[in-house]
Design a protein around this ligand. Structure first.
Ligand code: ATP
Ligand code: MG
Length: 374
């Protein structure tokens, strides 16, 4: 099978091969005064090599036919005739034909190899394209799924918080009232039963404690203040509790005029601050934390800093390639990404603290509403 040559159409191949042969015949003719009867095929071999490399075997065979015919007519004695030459000249023609066929065979082999390499490369490129497309789809699906899971998680937290508050919380409040009535009645009627009174008092205190705990858990799961009063009051309430529990001094820089944001933005910012403070408590060894939240017409910037042990550059690059064991930072990143924002973690090195910066674009209608409202 003759394989596809460099030139696109068969006509171009044949024309190029025959043109090269004609030029080589003319050059050889011009060299006649210098070379005489010697080396009759010298320029023709170059034309055959060119044809074999660029024009394919078919065109090269035609080039050989034309070259032999031309050489016979112009350069081989007796010239200007097509009679059969003497034995020595005939041997020369056979040698030319033999060398030409070797050149053509090499050209063909080279072309077959190139074709094989090209088709393998095309196959590989097609496979890479297909895999990339599959990977893109898988990534997109994963993002959608993560976004969905985060939404579900927020809804679920909101529901559990409400349930805890409304059911267990209410029942405990009723029980506390009952116990306090029992305590009063027992006190009044039976002065002697002081032990029983003490137990009742203990139980009442216990119930109050459980009520307080449930209230705290419920508020931590999803502070109702976030939906009702917005980010500012919810953050202030959370930070106050966090500072008390952790003994870390937290400074919140958030304007009273901050206003409201869409629910998913307020939830995301609250969760980011919550995770950053938890990380500061668990990992930084810092005694202080600063939270700065600034809002312009169409974006919000959140910075959470500590002055703790910081994060090494190796750990930071591990985090950048999503190789952290924890899910806190990845969760924050995903939340922020879902809202079209960016999250950066920087550390000036060991002992110099960490800063987490989040930038979020506020959707235009809300930005307009807020600016109209203020
Ligand atoms: N403020 C910080 N100071 C020092 N190191 C930090 C700080 N924040 C995060 N890190 C480092 O980054 C790592 C990843 O944090 P990430 O919140 O993703 O996971 P985690 O806190 O270990 O676990 P999880 O949040 O899932 O409970 C931490 O293990 C810690 O080494
Ligand atoms: Mg964490």
């Amino acid at each position: 099978m003759l394989l596809a040559p460099t030139f696109k159409s068969a006509t171009t191949c044949h024309t190029a091969a025959l043109l090269a042969t004609a030029i080589s015949l003319v050059i050889r003719l011009l060299l006649n005064p210098v070379l005489g009867d010697n080396l009759p095929y010298i320029t023709l071999l170059a034309a055959i090599a060119f044809s074999a490399w660029f024009c394919g075997a078919g065109a090269s065979i035609w080039a050989v036919v034309v070259a032999v015919t031309g050489a016979r007519y112009w350069f081989i004695h007796p010239t200007h005739t097509f009679s059969i030459p003497d034995a020595a000249q005939s041997l020369g023609i056979f040698a030319f034909l033999f060398i030409s066929s070797i050149i053509i065979a090499f050209g063909e082999m080279n072309r077959r190899n190139s074709d094989r390499i090209r088709s393998t490369r095309e196959e590989l490129e097609a496979q890479v394209k297909q895999r990339t497309a599959q990977l893109d789809t898988a990534n997109k699906d994963l993002r959608e799924l993560t976004g969905h899971v985060l939404h579900l998680q927020d809804d679920e937290r909101r529901r559990i918080a409400r349930e805890l508050h409304d059911s267990a919380g209410q029942s405990l409040a009723a029980l506390a009232m009952n116990l306090s009535r029992v305590e009063t009645e027992v006190k009044a009627q039976m002065e002697r039963l002081t032990d029983t009174v003490a137990t009742a008092a203990d139980s009442a205190a216990l119930v109050n404690e459980i009520t307080r705990d449930i209230r705290t858990i419920s508020y931590l799961l999803h502070p109702p203040m976030l939906d009702e009063a917005g980010l500012g009051p919810a953050l202030r309430w959370y930070i106050e509790g966090f500072a008390e529990r952790s003994k870390i001094a937290v400074d919140l820089d958030l304007s009273d005029e901050f206003g409201r944001l869409p629910q998913e933005f307020e939830t995301a910012i609250f969760r980011v601050v919550q995770e950053c403070l938890t990380n500061i408590l668990r990992h930084s060894e810092s005694r202080v934390a600063t939270i700065r939240i600034r809002r312009s017409a169409d974006d919000v910037r959140i910075e959470v800093r500590d002055k703790g042990k910081g994060i090494s550059p190796e750990k930071l690059s591990e985090m950048a390639s999503s190789r952290t064991p924890g899910v806190g930072i990845r969760g924050m990143q995903e939340r922020v990404r879902q809202l079209g924002g960016t999250l950066e973690i920087d550390s000036d090195g060991i002992g110099k603290g960490t800063i987490v910066t989040v930038q979020l674009q506020i959707p235009v209608p809300t930005a307009l509403a807020a600016s109209v409202g203020t």
